[in-house]
Design a protein around this ligand. Sequence first.
Ligand code: OOB
Length: 546
Amino acid sequence: MSAPRQTWPETFAARYRAAGYWRGETFPALLRRQAATRPDAIAIVDGARRWTYGELHRRAEAHAAGFLALGLAPGERVLVQLGNVAEFFSVVFGLFRAGLLPVYALAAHRLAEVAHLARCSQAAAYVACEHYAGFDYRPLARALRAEAPALRHVVMVGGELIADADGFLPLDAVTGTGPLPDDPDPASVAFLQISGGSTGLPKLIPRTHDDYIYSFRASNEICGVTARTVYLAALPVAHNFPMSSPGHMGTLHAGGRVVLAPAPSPEVAFPLIAREKVTLTGLVPPLALLWMQAATTTAHDLSSLEVLQVGGAKFAPEAARRVRSTLGCALQQVFGMAEGLVNYTRLDDPDAVVIETQGRPISPDDEVLVVDDLGHPVPDGTPGHLLTRGPYTIRAYHDDRAANARSFTPDGFYRTGDIVRRLPGGNLEVQGRAGDHINRAGEKISAEEVEDHLLAYPAIFDAAVVAMPDPLLGERSCAFVIARTPGLKASEVKAFMRGRDIAPFKVPDQVVLVDAFATTAAGKVSRKELRARLRDMLIAREKETA
Ligand code: OOB
């Protein structure tokens, strides 16, 4: 089996190659080049561990041979659920080298999400930290084996596994010296990223060597990333923002240094910035607020920090204005999506652009359309639905006909689900979401998915989940619930949800019990309309009592 190829029509692919975007570079070649040109430069810093490019390359090659020796065949998928640890890099570069496709789960995911990802990708192996951020992944791995029959191997990073009754393999045992395949076709899929999940569970996003490497190589130019860059990965390394905008992959492509933060809090990150002389990092807005507050009293020297990127959710202009005076660095806003398109404010943009907009696309060939509900383009300055296609935006999800029909126009534009205003000059201002997803501190939550979990509770008759404005999180989730049995308490609903083996950020922040959902005279209300009404009602009620 070999990895699937890109899904851009050949005319577009030819154009992207001719323009020099797709250069035929692959992930294995990227690391080999760095190991040859700067073998002793530090690539990864994880606590007291410092791996040079040479060492990262050696480890990746050993793991590549080790994975193949397990009987995994090029083209097969491997579910990777690792936190911000050095092994994330030796594992994924090892998989790339073996022609295996990593599927990226977030460390915060639990059985519900991980089992879904394993099944959709038909993952042949699962790699996880034994413990990370206070969570033991072994029971999850055991349960996963029962739910994902295609899974043949479980590999654990760290911990004390030696003779393990479950048959889990320690990563140290997944090494070898056997022959490795030729480099993959640059037009083939390198890995499967996961979507923020606008409806239902996360979808799989196939990204090719050509398109993804272009996105971070071009990002490096926009963000000034070079061999002297020290990038702090404060957000989860598996997320697309810290991975490629330009993130750790961009930094490694430039020969810079990636410093891993085990948590994004100022208490953990500030000492690392001072010790490692970090020059660049990226945060979601609620963390940026925490950092700005902590910076006013910190004893740590943050003066090495040149640029703070903020993205994943809307950064309010009032907060954006305070970045330089509190943290002493420049702000860059980043508006991107795992499906592709990434927008940046530029480092030499006037303050008004940096503070009030979410920037403009990476590529001259990123096509951006802003349309009304009927699909007709709206004039600049008018809010509308953002559609896009281009040299690093996917044309289809992995193996999901229904989602593809919904999410892409017949001529290949991705429907982002975002409502934006395009300003003269091309910068975009994000206004919100058209769909029913909650952007909780950059974590995307599907209303439908949470409603499904709520409906699994026998005491619940019906449920509708909506986004509520929140001063710290940007948005929080509120579940409106109609009880089947009288006396149901909000705390019981939350406790039930905590027991559902879902990522903790999906447990509703607020549960409101109601007797019924209002319907029209005809008794017909779409879910979308219902959610909007409930949300407006609660906002009005909160304003009254404020
Ligand atoms: C990033 O990727 P995803 O896939 O987790 O989420 C994408 C969605 C966007 O469609 C938009 O709704 C929202 O997240 N978003 C923003 C934003 N950046 C992302 N909304 C308002 N302002 C922003 N600056 O979140 C992502 C991927 C790459 C780079 C940056 C973020």
